[in-house]
Design a binder for this molecule. Structure first.
Ligand code: NAD
Ligand code: UGA
Length: 468
């Protein structure tokens, strides 16, 4: 029976996942470890508004379990030594150099975790892949662990391992709800006893019929497939949004009527500025790499198109903005509403706001940023990696008040679907913007008439009614 858990990686997955396990399994002791001491410190912060991850519902749960059966610590080796089960939840970004650069996953953090487990574990340990990994990574982990195995039962050095794949399907912004009520839990493995032990842990709060067991490779591949299918729906609807804009059709009407076909379904059909987040692009690139590695070029080409459409959607929105502002945005004041990659998260990884802002800054526009959960420091840190700081420092500013920030603005661009952006008082805004004023609604959340009636021009993604 799993009594002590160690989770390596205290990020967007490790933190919330362990909080939910701790909540549902009060008899299990969980240590969440990380090589980044600042992150651990932040998770231990008494001021709960300073936790490293913002997720609705997270604060309520952490209050109940932190320092009771859930601990955030930098004591990695001791936590590994004491654990019956270890979740690997470390980052797996795309390799930036060397073989597979730009496509393959960089497994250096996974390998480092496996080596540390091999060194420090004692007794029998179940090692669980929680990170999203290329198919057959479990084999690599097994090989590393086996170098330190010792089967001598009488020996105090007795050490054995079994490896399971248990991918995470949570989406940011709804993570707690997804973890509490998952559509399914997938456990891949070849050791029957270990699979059952992990299954018993989930049975504390997940219905048995939702726990699916498979072989290791099916489990690893399912995670990539699920993300690729979700991303594919977004690129599909975004491609149709462009057709709507030129034909006079409306993307919301098309999406609704299409999604009502129960075989298609209504979810994930919101047109927008392209998908962001740390995973969709990375996981599709991984699938492409895998396809090409196994000489399945056509398969790789097929998935590559999903990323191409996504990049194109961002570019074309930027081009629409420049065109509507008379082809010239130099020195024009533009208010950027939203910097996180979706609402209800403070995560900005691969956010569409990044690329669009950079393109606008390169044309010397003056950007004012507003986001309810992303701090100015976070925005500066992201932009400075992408663009020469001299070029942008004089052209960016921040505001936590949408109305004062709209003063003399030529345009407002809505890039994240935060709830408060749906309730903007356009009458108030209209009086203070410079004329002609524009609103670019890349999320389709604004009531078009309430903007137009205040004599503000509006462009909305996929809205063909605005064609003329
Ligand atoms: P993250 O960057 O937020 O967190 C990863 C953490 O691992 C970091 O804090 C890092 O310091 C730590 N780390 C790295 N190497 C370490 C080591 N050797 N020892 C201890 N700590 C180490 O990443 P994330 O968003 O939590 O994603 C983790 C994995 O989960 C990725 O593979 C991702 O694809 C997958 N995933 C993410 C999400 C999501 O919504 N973010 C959802 C499902 C799956
Ligand atoms: C996604 C998946 O939904 C999770 O199941 C998966 O576990 C996770 O990736 C992962 O592996 O990291 P996440 O990226 O957190 O979760 O958020 P999503 O809700 O999937 O949104 C991703 C992007 O697509 C966002 O930029 C969002 O705004 C965009 N999106 C989503 C749309 O443009 N339209 C939609 O209809 C839905």
């Amino acid at each position: 029976m799993i009594r002590k858990i160690c989770c390596i990686g205290a990020g967007y997955v490790g933190g919330p996942t362990m909080i939910v396990i701790a909540e549902n399994c009060p008899d299990v002791i969980i240590n969440v470890v990380d090589t980044n001491p600042e992150k651990i410190e932040a998770w231990n912060n008494k001021d709960l508004s300073k936790l490293p991850v913002f997720e609705p519902g997270l604060v309520k749960l952490i209050k109940r379990v932190r320092n009771k059966n859930l601990f955030f610590t930098t004591e990695i080796d001791t936590s590994i030594k004491n654990a019956d089960a270890i979740f690997i939840s470390v980052n797996t970004p795309i390799k930036s150099s060397g073989v597979g650069a730009g496509q393959a996953s960089d497994l250096k953090w996974v390998e480092a975790s496996a080596r540390r487990i091999a060194e420090s574990a004692t007794g029998h340990t179940i090692v669980i892949e929680k990170s999203t990994l290329p198919v057959r990574t479990a084999k690599v982990i097994k090989e590393i662990l086996e170098t330190k195995q010792s089967f001598e039962k009488s020996d105090s050095k007795f050490k054995t391992f079994s490896v399971l794949s248990n991918p995470e399907f949570l989406a940011e912004g709804t993570a707690i709800n997804n973890l509490q009520k998952p559509d399914r839990v997938l456990i891949g493995g070849d050791n029957f006893d270990s699979i059952n032990e992990l299954k018993s842990l989930y049975l504390n709060w997940v219905e048995e019929e939702k726990i699916i067991c498979s072989n290791l490779w099916s489990s690893e591949l399912t995670k990539l497939t699920a993300n690729a299918f979700l991303a594919q729906r977004i690129s599909s609807i975004n491609s149709i949004s462009a057709i709507c804009e030129v034909t006079g059709a409306d993307i919301k009407e098309v999406a609704k009527a299409t999604g009502l076909d129960s075989r298609i379904g209504e979810k994930f059909l919101n047109a927008g500025p392209g998908f962001g987040g740390s995973c969709f692009k990375k996981d599709i690139l991984n699938l492409i790499y895998l396809s090409n590695y196994f000489n399945l070029k056509e398969v790789g080409d097929y998935w590559e198109q999903i990323i191409k459409i996504n990049d194109w959607q961002k570019k074309r929105i930027y081009e629409v903005i420049v065109e509507k502002l008379f082809g010239n945005i130099a020195d024009k004041k533009i208010l950027i509403l939203g910097f996180s990659f979706k609402a209800n998260t403070n995560d900005t990884r691969e956010s569409p706001s990044i690329g669009i802002s950079i393109d606008l800054l390169k044309e010397n526009s003056k950007l004012v940023f507003h986001d309810p959960k992303v701090s100015p420091t976070q925005i500066i840190n992201v932009l400075k990696n992408e663009i020469d700081s001299n070029q942008f420092s004089k052209n960016i500013s921040f505001s936590d008040d949408i109305y004062s920030a709209s003063h003399d603005a030529d345009a407002i661009i809505i890039l994240t679907e935060w709830e408060e952006y749906k309730m903007i008082d356009w009458k108030k805004i209209s009086n203070i913007m410079r004329k002609p004023s524009w609103v670019f609604d890349t999320r389709g959340i604004v009531n078009v008439e309430s903007v137009r009636s205040e004599k503000i021009n509006i462009w909305q993604v996929g809205n063909g009614f605005l064609r003329n």
